[in-house]
Design a protein around this ligand. Structure first.
Ligand code: NAD
Ligand code: IPM
Ligand code: MN
Length: 361
């Protein structure tokens, strides 16, 4: 039975990295007769330019009807003066929200070949393998009321609402406990329960859920300490579960431990493991158009898509092995370059992955 993959490349480096990921996907699709069919839709700034909105109803319909979505990156200086409600980022947020993709998995794993590229000393990061489980459709990103209002004294005030309901906390908690059961059975829930009631409730519910997963060793940590501990001794963590905004921030920090944000893939899943897959990084306006962006996070996101949503775990394993192989071969985009390795462009990196796949069947 054929399955539909919707490709949304987006803005900035989005189309550059996506071209490589799509080449790789199309190749394994042919080679292994996976029966995947590909469709494309605009999102973000590209959609604003073409249709006036960051996500059209047609694109949303296509996304909902597809079996999985591979997403590049959106945003950029061109659209920064627009108000928040119609900016490129809203296209991504609307996809997440309308499709109820509440479970965001962000694995931060150090490829041993990249120990030199990490910001930390090799001994602090060798063997690093963390999974950040980020709640993706609630919290302060979506809480109401929100906006900018004018007070009686004429002063303007910006406001957002940080809110989580019990059911939202329970469902992301289950994703995290289930993931911990399949890994090292250690879960650290990150909150700010010393200040914010919403995370006081979060902590209480995580503690309750632990009774259903007694084998998992649950700990709690305040987010400020968690940021420090991630940089001080990252290997103490196995699975981290946290809310939308804390997860956004901590996953960028975790990315750097692995050498570059250009290496970090992600999966955003609904309750049936239908999902959207995207690199954790953005549209990188500072390097867009230069052909130097790292496409590996997107290729690794395609691997996660094959595994979680398309039922092709073995092909996902092959893609991940191919990425490891090109690193063995010494190929590096600029963001992960270190002395003694070979600096390559975005397309050369994509071709290197393809070449490994061609020679390993
Ligand atoms: P960014 O992740 O785009 O870039 C941060 C830094 O990392 C830059 O120096 C960039 O060059 C580098 N970088 C990112 N991806 C890279 C890659 N694949 N290879 C090599 N280097 C890479 O974050 P930003 O600059 O804060 O945001 C730029 C735009 O992207 C904003 O509009 C933001 O809203 C958007 N954004 C989108 C997403 C997404 O689409 N999921 C995620 C984050 C940010
Ligand atoms: C991410 C991005 C998005 C987020 C933005 C672009 C809306 O930073 O996917 O990490 O904050 O979730
Ligand atoms: Mn982010």
């Amino acid at each position: 039975m054929s399955k539909n993959v919707l490709i949304m490349a987006g803005d900035g480096i989005g189309p550059e990295i996506m071209e490589q990921a799509e080449n790789v996907l199309r190749f394994v699709n042919e080679q292994e007769s996976l029966g995947l069919e590909f469709d494309h839709a605009l999102v973000g700034g590209a959609s604003i330019d073409a249709a006036g909105v960051p996500l059209t109803e047609d694109a949303l319909k296509l996304a909902k009807a597809s079996d999985a979505i591979l997403f590049g990156a959106i945003g950029g200086p061109k659209w920064e003066s627009l108000e928040i409600a119609i900016r490129p980022e809203k296209g991504l947020l609307r996809l997440r929200s309308e499709m109820e993709l509440f479970g965001n998995l962000r694995p931060a794993m150090l490829y041993p070949q990249l120990a030199e590229a990490s910001s930390l000393k090799p001994e602090l990061v060798s063997g690093l393998d963390i999974l950040i489980v980020r709640e993706l459709t609630g919290g302060i990103y979506f809480g109401q009321p929100r906006g900018i209002r004018t007070l009686e004294n004429g002063e303007r005030q910006g406001y957002n609402t940080y809110v989580y309901s019990e059911s939202e906390i329970i469902r992301i908690g289950r994703v995290a406990f289930e993931a911990a059961m399949k890994r090292g059975k250690k879960l650290c829930s990150v909150d700010k329960a010393n200040v914010l009631e919403v995370t006081e409730l979060w902590r209480e519910i995580m503690t309750d859920l632990n009774k259903e997963y007694p084998e998992v060793k649950l700990s709690h940590m305040y987010v400020d300490n968690a940021a420090m501990q991630l940089i001080r001794a990252p290997k103490q963590f196995d699975v981290i579960v946290t809310g939308n905004m804390f997860g956004d921030i901590l996953s960028d920090a975790a990315a750097m431990l692995t050498g570059s944000i250009g290496m970090l893939p992600s999966a955003s899943l609904d309750k049936n493991n239908k999902g959207m897959y995207e690199p954790c990084h953005g549209s990188a306006p500072d390097i867009a158009g230069q052909g130097i962006a790292n496409p590996l996070a997107t290729i690794l996101s395609a691997a996660m898509m094959l595994r979680y949503s398309l039922g092709h775990g073995a092909t996902a394993d092959r893609l991940e092995a191919a990425v490891s192989k090109v690193l063995d071969q010494g190929y590096r985009t600029a963001d992960i370059y270190s002395e003694g390795t070979q600096k390559v462009s975005t397309s050369q990196m994509g071709e290197a992955v393809l070449n490994v796949l061609k020679s390993s069947n």
